[in-house]
Design a protein around this ligand. Structure first.
Ligand code: TYD
Length: 216
């Protein structure tokens, strides 16, 4: 079943390292809460890899040390399958607004485009892991990869791979966006202060989904 047929609203946030996703998501959640438009709806914040107990354990495995690229893909997809079943689907069934830090497009950008695994295979596994649940809106936080890397703290092993890798990740996101442009909203980091960036995302969410909030 597609997300559209469910009561909840599923929104994902993507980007290269150091773009400021976590701050953006927190600000958007706060702005939506204070907009007075949500009626009965709750906001649910979650992230990948992770978002459920087993998926968080898989996250530790993935981020701890290098794994073979194909094994890495399966670990991300295993974590995703758990996350969807335990967290995302129940939240959407309950009518929540789910704001998720990274999702299937990260697998396309990192494992397919940057690591070099076949795009179609990653797409296929994404589809299997999510059982057809897909975001209705994806916010791409787009930053110059060199600037992002310089800003990133607590470098993980993807950040250690350097700017060329991050450039490929960015191209991967742009490719994913070109396959379904209407699902995406792109925010260029650096042009405006963080509160203005989050305000424009909040406005877009209210514009796209506000009528559904009103219907409850
Ligand atoms: P994290 O520290 O959460 O990074 P960030 O704050 O940038 O989101 O680490 C998650 C890493 O996992 C990040 O470098 C992107 C990567 N990733 C993939 O390679 N494939 C995926 O499918 C997902 C969800 C994340």
């Amino acid at each position: 079943m597609k997300t559209r047929a469910r009561k909840g609203i599923f929104i994902t946030f993507e980007g290269t390292e150091g773009a400021g996703k976590s701050t953006l998501i927190r600000n958007v959640a706060a702005q939506l809460e204070s907009s007075g438009r949500l009626k009965e709806r709750r906001i649910r914040l979650t992230r990948e890899p992770g978002g459920s107990p087993i998926a968080e354990r898989i996250r530790n495995v993935i981020l701890e040390e290098p794994v073979d690229p194909m094994a890495e893909l399966f670990l991300y997809e295993a974590a995703r399958a758990e996350h969807v079943v335990r967290t995302i689907r129940p939240a959407l069934d309950a009518g929540d607004i789910v704001l998720c830090d990274r999702f299937t497009d990260s697998a396309l950008a990192y494992q397919a485009h940057a690591r070099g695994l076949p795009w179609k295979k990653v797409k296929l596994l994404n589809g299997i892991a999510t059982a057809g649940i897909s975001p209705e809106l994806t916010v791409l936080l787009d930053i110059d990869p060199a600037v992002g890397l310089a800003r990133a703290q607590d470098r993980n092993r993807f950040e250690e791979e350097g700017v060329e890798f991050q450039k490929r990740v960015r191209q991967g996101f742009l490719k994913a966006r070109s396959e379904s442009p209407s699902r995406w909203m792109t925010i260029r980091v650096g042009s405006k202060p963080p509160e203005e960036l989050s305000a424009s995302v909040t406005r877009e969410i209210l514009k796209r989904f506000g009528k559904r909030f009103d219907r409850g």
